[in-house]
Each structure stands twice: as C-alpha cells, then as structure tokens.
Design a protein around this ligand. Structure first.
Ligand code: FMN
Length: 145
C-alpha cells in the first residue's frame, strides 16, 4: 500500500476565530480514524502542516482543508509518495509559537529563521519540523491492520 506525504503553508484568516488547541483535538480524532499522521506548526500568523497516510485519505483531507475559512493563501509545497512516515507518533502533533527553540531548529537547517514558502527547500523544512515535533507530547496512535 502506498504512503503519501503532503506539506503545505497557509496564512491564518484574522477575521475568523482560531482556537488552535481545539483544532488539533479535532485533527487527532479524525486523523486517527483514517491512519493519518502529521505535524502542525502555527506561529500565530501562518501554518505549516505535514500530513502522511494513504493517497486517498490525504487527498480527501486536503480538499476539506482548502475549503476551511480559517486560513487562506494555501501554498502546496509538496505532495507525493514517500517510503516511510516522518511523523508516525502523532495523529497531528502541534508546535505553536516562535520561541528561541523554534528559531534554533530553523537556523539548524536554514540561513535565517524566516521560511519563505515559495522558495524553501522542503527536505530541510521537514527536518526542522521533525526536530520541533520531538518537543511535542506524543499521542498514541493505534493502526489496525
Ligand atoms: C490549518 C488547518 C489544519 C487542519 N488540519 C486538519 C487535519 O489534520 N485533520 C482534520 O480532520 N481536519 C483538519 N482541519 C480542519 C478541516 O479543515 C475541517 O474543518 C475538518 O476536517 C472538518 O471538515 P468537515 O466540516 O468538512 O467535515 C484543519 C484546518 C486548518 C485551518
């Protein structure tokens, strides 16, 4: 069975209420049902999200996410088959804010802590997000076979 990974960037819609903790709780419940895993970085202004799972399930979620009024200006940075999950332990891990630790993780892989979604190297971005995910509390995911 194939495994697909989506990486996208979007900007928060300031005119819509955003409770990111509640959003991630919904993600965890919904994603666990379809064996989706991933990671969400939210700095108060924009999101970077990684979703991993079946091609059909990732596609269906992407279509829902694109209709969500809480964000806009979505840029798909990567969508394709991968050999293994980089975020296997989180139905949706969350990293919020731009702390000294966040900057350190980004500066490990980039020349500046500002990520430009139009030009960023996605492999480097995934490495930075994976480092940040190690700080997020893992949520147990049971995958039925
Ligand atoms: C930045 C962002 C990330 C989201 N990530 C997910 C996700 O990983 N899983 C999910 O089920 N919904 C996610 N959502 C919520 C969906 O857009 C949508 O509201 C939810 O899946 C319910 O869809 P429905 O009302 O069409 O059933 C996300 C929304 C935003 C704004």
């Amino acid at each position: 069975m194939n495994l697909t990974r989506l990486v996208y960037y979007s900007q928060r819609n300031p005119s819509e209420h955003m409770d990111v903790t509640a959003l991630v709780e919904t993600c965890k419940r919904t994603n666990a049902r379809t064996n989706l895993t991933g990671f969400l970085h939210y700095n108060g202004d924009h999101f970077i999200q990684v979703v991993e799972g079946g091609r059909l399930e990732v596609s269906a979620l992407l279509l829902r996410i694109m209709r969500d009024p809480r964000h806009s200006n979505i840029i798909i940075m990567s969508f394709g088959d991968v050999r293994e999950r980089m975020f296997p332990d989180h139905p949706m891990g969350l990293h919020q804010g731009m702390t000294a630790q966040t900057r350190k993780a980004f500066l490990r892989y980039f020349s500046t802590a500002q990520v430009n979604p139009e030009t960023v190297n996605v492999d480097n971005l995934l490495d930075a997000l994976q480092d940040l995910s190690l700080e997020a509390a893992p949520t147990k995911l049971t995958i039925s076979v």
